[in-house]
Design a protein around this ligand. Structure first.
Ligand code: FEO
Length: 135
């Protein structure tokens, strides 16, 4: 069973952002599956890199829309993105140095952060961007 099952309540109604969120869920599920079957460090490293790159692309997409439409809460939202990126990069650094394993705790952190962020902060821009005609 996948660590995260996509639910309709996660949808924003903005297609490319919803697709990116689904992509992030997929990346975390891939990491979870790889950890469960005991994949080696090299494979986990590749998956982590893909997750980090995908996250950066997604945050950039949201932030570009914030600037384009002058979203009033962008500062707080971007700060959340930056904090998450910092934590994941720190995790990756520790993983690279052999100080940390990909564990179920790490996966639950990623899952918790993503779902809480989508349902909390991302839902906070939903009606604003929809009102600007973004789909
Ligand atoms: Fe969908 Fe603010 O990340």
């Amino acid at each position: 069973m996948a660590l995260i099952e996509w639910e309709d309540s996660y949808n924003l109604g903005i297609e490319h952002l919803d697709n990116q969120h689904k992509g992030l869920v997929k990346q975390i599920n891939i990491l979870h599956a790889a950890m469960k079957i005991g994949k080696g460090k090299e494979s986990l490293d590749e998956i982590l890199k893909a997750l980090i790159n995908y996250t950066a692309t997604h945050f950039k997409s949201e932030e570009e829309l914030f600037f384009q439409y002058n979203f009033p809460d962008s500062k707080k939202h971007i700060a959340e993105h930056e904090k998450f990126v910092k934590e994941v990069l720190k995790f990756k650094e520790d993983f690279d140095k052999g100080r940390l394993m990909v564990s179920i705790d790490v996966l639950h952190f990623l899952k918790g952060w993503l779902i809480n962020h989508i349902l909390g902060s991302d839902m906070g821009y939903k009606s604003f961007l929809l009102s600007k005609g973004v789909r």
